[in-house]
Design a binder for this molecule. Structure first.
Ligand code: CO
Ligand code: CO
Ligand code: CO
Length: 345
């Protein structure tokens, strides 16, 4: 009997089916001044396109909240559940916070897929939430021809690490390799080498929790997780919010295996294409080749953290990160003085 192909129910590939940064700016941007989007207790709102919202509870505690859900990006329901949970927690870790509670979001085709498959998805989500020390306290489900799964997560943070404090001279450190968008697109097309798919699942399931202690211990200036807008899209948000220029060493950026064959075979999602189109006016020549640009703009699911750290602390941070994490953290660029833009060396 052939196993159910969950990704066959997905019109897009994971985070890549989200609205693009330009589209969101057009829709949500005008609301930034609406009274519902502001409060004296609001520490981080929608203004700087940061990972999560932050709310002042008292003089030393802040609430950090985020939500993330998406369509199937792998065919195994347990893996999809684990990835969705790791991805939803990521924005809390990117702010330097600790998750405490989560609400589950479920859309499921009652007549198209077995409830036993959904049970596997939920089991995967529960496994990762338990591992992270987060309690699932409720949720909401709807009948939907396209399955979707994710969480709204609440955490606590002392001083949040935002994307708005990158400083001139900083080094940029990336904690996970890129390529999950290209690989999950190939999986959806039924055309991904199994070893590559397995590596991508391991990368996506890995929690960014392992980066929080090193960031807090070493002291960093800014951080964001690399998800649906790709490395270039999330870096753009950082340099805009921080009013600096970034220089990426494209050869130093790690990838999950060799992605060029998959790119040549056309496994590049519409969302990643929109990412690149949207960030292109922001890039400074000379540009790397088109395949490299595709990889740098690839929409990631449960990607790593992109951290901006003082030059003289970068080595200590990379050492601390690689001590506690299965994936390799590396320096991929630096922050320079200049108009907000992204250059390459
Ligand atoms: Co994020
Ligand atoms: Co998110
Ligand atoms: Co409800």
């Amino acid at each position: 009997m052939e196993a159910t192909r969950l990704t066959a129910f997905s019109h897009g590939a994971g985070c890549a089916c989200k609205l693009g940064p330009d589209e969101l700016a057009e829709i949500v941007g005008p609301l930034a001044d609406h009274p519902a989007y502001s409060s004296p207790n609001l520490v981080v709102g929608i203004g700087t396109a940061d990972d999560a919202g932050v709310w002042q509870l008292d003089s030393n505690q802040r609430l950090v909240q985020t939500v993330d859900f998406f369509t199937p990006i792998v065919d195994d329901p347990f893996d999809w559940g684990r990835i969705a949970a790791a991805n939803a927690l990521s924005d809390i870790y990117a702010m330097g916070g600790s998750p405490i509670t989560a609400l589950q979001i479920v859309a499921w085709p009652r007549n198209g897929l077995a409830f036993s498959t959904l049970a596997e998805v939920l089991r995967g989500g529960a496994e990762v939430m338990k591992f992270s020390g987060t309690t699932i306290i409720g949720g909401h489900s709807i009948d939907d021809p396209e399955p979707k799964y994710g969480f709204a997560v609440t955490g606590l943070v002392g001083i949040p690490i935002t994307n708005a404090e990158a400083r001139i001279g900083d080094r940029l450190v990336l904690t996970k390799p890129l390529g999950t968008g290209i690989i999950t697109t190939a999986i959806k097309h039924g055309d991904c080498p199994p070893d590559l798919a397995a590596r991508a699942v391991r990368v996506m399931v890995e929690l960014n929790a392992g980066a929080v202690q090193p960031m807090l211990a070493v002291g960093v200036n800014a951080a964001t997780d690399v998800t649906g807008f790709g490395l270039l899209g999330h870096l753009r948000e950082m340099v805009l919010a921080s009013k600096v220029e970034a220089i990426i060493d494209s050869e130093a950026v790690p990838t999950i295996g060799n992605l060029r064959d998959l790119l040549d075979a056309g496994h590049f999602s519409g969302g990643s294409r929109r990412n690149l189109a949207s960030v292109r006016p922001f890039l400074r020549a000379p540009l790397p080749d088109e395949s490299t640009l595709n990889i740098l703009a690839d929409a990631q699911t449960s990607g790593g953290l992109l951290i901006s750290v003082d030059d003289d602390r970068a080595e200590a941070l990379v050492a601390a990160l690689n001590n506690g994490s299965a994936e390799t953290a590396v320096v991929v660029g630096e922050i320079a003085a200049g108009e907000p833009s992204i250059a390459f060396n």
